[in-house]
Design a protein around this ligand. Sequence first.
Ligand SMILES: C[S@@+](CC[C@H](N)C(=O)[O-])C[C@H]1O[C@@H](n2cnc3c(N)ncnc32)[C@H](O)[C@@H]1O
Length: 580
Amino acid sequence: MALKLLFPFPPSKPLRHKGFSFSTVASTLTLNSDFSYGPSLSKGHKTPFQAQLSLTEETLTLGKIDERMFTRVFDVAALRVPAEDCFPLENRLRGHLLNWPRVKNIARVSGDEMDDSIRRIMRENIKDADGLDIINRRIDGKAEGGGFDPVLYRDKLAKSFNCRGFVQFRNLAKMSRPKKSKKRENGLHSQSFRERKARNSYDIMEVSGCVGVDDEDMSGLLGEEFKGRRWRGSSRLLLLDERYAYKVVDELPPAIQAVLREYNEQSKRSIFDLVQCKLTLHYDYWQMNEILEALLPKGIIVPAAFEMVGHIAHLNLRDEHLPFRKLIAKVVLDKNQPKIQTVVNKIDSIQNDYRTMQLEVLAGNHSLVTTVIENGLRFQVDLATVYWNSRLSTERQRLVSSFASDDIVCDVFSGVGPIAIAAARVVKRVYANDLNPSAVDYLKGNTILNKLERKVEVCNMDGRRFINAMLSSRRLEPITQVVMNLPKDAVEYLDAFRGLFRNKPNSKDYPLPRIHVYGFSKAQDPEFDFHQKIRIALSEVGVEVEMHRVRLVAPGKWMLCGSFVLPKSVAFSESSVGLY
Ligand SMILES: C[S@@+](CC[C@H](N)C(=O)[O-])C[C@H]1O[C@@H](n2cnc3c(N)ncnc32)[C@H](O)[C@@H]1O
């Protein structure tokens, strides 16, 4: 956070208190009736320019936000203290300092810094009222005998050059001028978020006036003889709690009064002032919900959450939000960059075979290809063509943690491979399949991305055919785990296991796989309901199923995982279901 402090404005109307003199600050302040702690858009005051700004149709429907509308100015009191006393005092005054989120309570004062070597020279040379003139002459290289001090020389050079070259010799300056960059438009709203973030300037503060000590007075630092001179030495502002914004010293808590008294009386170098500042908070300061609350029409619930898939924010907006979807997306993007680069909204519920979503890109770049990191693995996905759901990450972890190193896993509906590839880290071998050719392409890519391609064999066929091929094959090692993660339909595929083992050699001793099948249930007793569905699909009553509730996908609708060992009666059944 950088605080830009402009001061001092000439104080008006002096007050007096026990040896200190104070000034009130001329202000156009309108006190607000919002007494909650901390800054808010409804507190503070707007600049006269802002008063002319209003919400436009463009803002609401196209999401073109004039960020200047969100600038708010707050009056804050501060102690202006010598820089070196700042940290001890911060500790001592804890509880009395400003405690606003993301606002530091120590503020830098522009031009407050004095180089140590200058300080030393000041001490050594300034013995009388002409001392400053001597210093000035030394800076300008006109000092008698002394020559340049390296620090002062550097200072002088800094005045002759700037980043574009020589300040005074324009032709020479051209030679050292950096390449032209695009001229920035005027106004904060035109700067990109990154630029401002880089400069850490989401809150900018100005000192509106200085109460107590004449700013031209240097006597505190250099002794009485320098009263009335310009320089004051390094200082910082300790921002006081918002309760003290309009207080004079008499009204401050004893702890602060004691500090002021102590330092002003004891220290000859004291520059302790009570000053009144204007703390200006900009668009970047405010949180997503605060901005949306201010922008959306009253009565509309502010969307509070979104799902993140790599760099993509995935909104699930209600109908009432749809007219403002671009505005909402713009705020989501602004407030979550650079993590979020694209904001999309789901247009329709998932209905197609490949379980892909219909998405509308609302803000940011239009690429729906992203990389997701899940449990230390990297997955490339294209949300336009494949299925992905980050909310299932815990479930995938739970499932894979039940696998052993000698397992051979079949993932029937593997998508881009979050289960198959995670399993490949643990087990001996994985066979992964998906009907969607695009998912299979990404699956192959992801096995390589995670350096597990040698452990994963990828297939692109219908699930039923895959089950048949894998489990009835005589060439393959026995499959020990089968994952069927297609909650809408997977249970319907269980009949594919009927009779698959009847032709195996030594069939009666053949190890039977453990099947993990996913499904939904809206029933009162979801476990019972899903168990019934499994029994019916297997045409077998005596099957013991271990049930796990994965998550509530909609009010009253559970996603479940049923795990069971394929019953012998099903595996060796004489009747089998054909491939249709
Ligand atoms: C719910 S997704 C699960 C993907 C993956 N297991 C995951 O956790 O991300 C279901 C997947 O099954 C695939 N699918 C749908 N019908 C299929 C079928 N008949 N045979 C094989 N795969 C199918 C879809 O393309 C989709 O990738």
